[in-house]
Write a protein of this length. Structure first.
Length: 339
């Protein structure tokens, strides 16, 4: 067991080749097209912490999550989980042992469960894969104990996924994730396909499970209300890069980056505070042809010439990390009240 952060992401990047076929490029004289899904992503997660990644669709959140659990090979950088590198070939044996302690809950409970398997077989799959239960009786006993943990009856194990509601299917996915006795769970938009009332039940269940089993979460969402309920710390992504990392209370109370402020301004003001609000303007640029300098500068009301030519790096501002020339140099106030 390592003594540093439970998880360390260092300079993580991913580039996809989305070019047309070689012969088409030769005949039509087309260049290669590379899509930069993530670049220079660096952060850490402490044990039993919930770290959230937020941002608009296409910002690279899910790509980062898939690289962290080994579903996608990173182009650059590394992920170290409890002292074990996810990319170093010299740690292949340690990585195989580590995989049992990592699980993922996907966005769509209608697509992430095998429709031909009964719920008990879905939940039992990690038990068989990792040899955690020997006989059929042992497996049935484990499944019978897991289903009540997520609010289902053991008799529900005989049903097929189509016999459950969306919220119940996501509970089955949570039971499956818990079956391998993980330490780290990646939750990729786990409630976005659910009704609002069911979302609240699922989120409360996830928090209860975290407290009971000491889980560490990476939580991905574009719903800031959900993130505020779940996360200890938050990373804001824009066009494949982190633009702000802060404690949840700090980020919601005093956001630093102009993009973070625009995201929060788009949230409905249920308190009717009367504060001036400005919705997120414009559209994110194409990750195939991103703008030079700060990728946010075409949408930023504070952009200067420096923003159009120089790429900002994450720098410590007060208690947050912010990638913004204006905030770092002081010509954008660090407090949103002065922006």
């Amino acid at each position: 067991m390592s003594t540093g952060p439970f998880l360390q992401v260092d300079n993580l990047g991913c580039v996809f080749d989305v070019s047309r076929r070689w012969l088409n490029r030769v005949i039509e004289g087309l260049p290669r097209r590379l899509l930069r899904a993530a670049a220079g992503v660096t952060f850490s997660i402490e044990r039993r912490e919930t770290f959230a990644l937020v941002g608009e669709s296409g910002s690279g959140k899910s790509t980062v999550a898939r690289m962290m659990v080994g579903l996608i090979a990173p182009t650059t950088g590394d992920v170290v989980i409890d002292g074990v590198s996810m990319t170093d070939p010299r740690q292949a044996r340690e990585r195989r042992r580590l995989r049992q302690r990592i699980q993922m809950v996907f966005q769509d409970p209608y697509a992430s469960l095998n429709p031909r398997w009964r719920a008990r077989d879905i939940v039992a799959e990690p038990l068989r894969a990792y040899g955690l239960a020997g006989t059929r009786q042992d497996i049935d006993a484990e499944v019978g104990a897991l289903l009540p943990l997520v609010g289902l009856d053991p008799a529900d194990g005989a049903k097929y996924p189509h016999e459950f509601s969306g919220g119940q299917r996501q509970r089955i996915a949570l039971a499956r994730a818990l079956a391998s006795r993980p330490d780290f769970v990646v939750c990729d938009e786990p409630t976005s396909a659910l009704d609002v009332s069911v979302q609240a039940q699922t989120l409360n269940l996830m928090r209860d499970l975290q407290e009971r089993f000491g889980l560490t979460y990476l939580f991905i969402s574009h719903n800031l209300a959900v993130v505020r309920h779940m996360a200890n710390r938050i990373g804001v992504m824009y066009l494949g890069r982190l633009v702000e990392v802060a404690d949840a209370r700090e980020l919601f109370g005093a956001p630093k980056h102009p993009y973070t402020r625009m995201l929060l301004a788009a949230v409905p003001d249920l308190t009717l505070s009367g504060r001036a609000r400005k919705a997120v303007a414009g559209e994110p640029p194409s990750p195939i042809d991103p703008p030079a300098g700060c990728a946010f500068h075409p949408r930023c009301p504070h952009a200067r010439d420096q923003c159009r030519t120089e790429l900002p790096q994450l720098a410590v501002v007060q208690s947050s990390q912010v990638a913004c020339h204006g905030v770092a140099e002081g010509w954008i106030p660090a407090s949103p009240s002065g922006a």
